[in-house]
Design a binder for this molecule. Structure first.
Ligand code: FES
Length: 213
């Protein structure tokens, strides 16, 4: 662990050193109702989330990662947030954002924000997997409630926001990753404004503190 990078809140350190809800048995034995698996090209981390669902709520959540301190700290916090007080409903859990987790952690260094997105994405994949296993595919349509910025390539504002959270800092990289603007090109000006907006939002403070200023 590089001591120079320990620009973390006490909450992040607490969850990093004592992570909650790690899967400690074989995943087959756990017998999850939904599993999500994602990797981050930006940091090379991998994350798996397993959920148990009862009465449309998350009754239990376990996770595994090859991740950095931020990925571990934020996923541990996420696991507590979605399971406390009887568990979040699937709809509530679906709407959980990295900002809400970062807020609870007391902030993250900007260059580590992209790692916090892993748990959030894996959770959504696990919920999708549960919907597929239980014949509720229609509920997956929630996915893209945010407005579409690039009609040709079907890229939403939320996709752009998530790309920035994962480390994209300019339009060119966004285009390489999403193909936004590569057909008619009408969306490019709006997309540039949004990239600049989210980069400003997430990467200008020394420690990004979520929604609270
Ligand atoms: S709207 Fe984005 S390329 Fe056409």
């Amino acid at each position: 662990m590089d001591g120079a990078n320990w620009n973390y809140s006490d909450k992040v350190k607490e969850h990093f050193f004592h992570p909650k809800n790690i899967l400690e048995i074989d995943e087959k034995e756990y017998n999850a109702d939904g599993m999500g698996y994602v990797g981050s090209p930006a940091c090379g981390d991998m994350m798996k989330i397993f959920i148990k669902v009862k009465d449309d709520r998350i009754a239990d959540l376990k996770w595994q990662t090859f991740g950095c301190a931020s990925a571990i700290g934020s996923t541990s916090m996420l696991s507590v947030m979605v399971t406390e007080n009887g568990g979040m409903s699937l709809d509530e859990a679906w709407k959980l954002t990295p900002e809400m987790i970062i807020d609870k952690l007391g902030g993250l260094p900007p260059n580590k924000i992209h790692c916090s997105v892993l748990g959030d994405k894996a959770l959504r994949e696990a919920i999708k997997d549960h919907f597929k296993r239980t014949g509720q595919e229609d509920r997956i349509a929630h996915d893209d409630k945010s407005r579409i910025i690039c009609n040709c390539m079907n890229v939403t504002e939320d996709d752009i926001r998530m790309e920035v959270l994962e480390g994209v800092k300019d339009l060119k990289t966004l285009q390489e990753r999403t193909k936004l603007g590569t057909a008619c090109g009408k969306c490019i000006d709006t997309a540039k404004i949004l990239v600049d907006f989210y980069v400003g939002k997430y990467y200008t403070e020394e420690i990004y503190t979520g929604n609270k200023k």
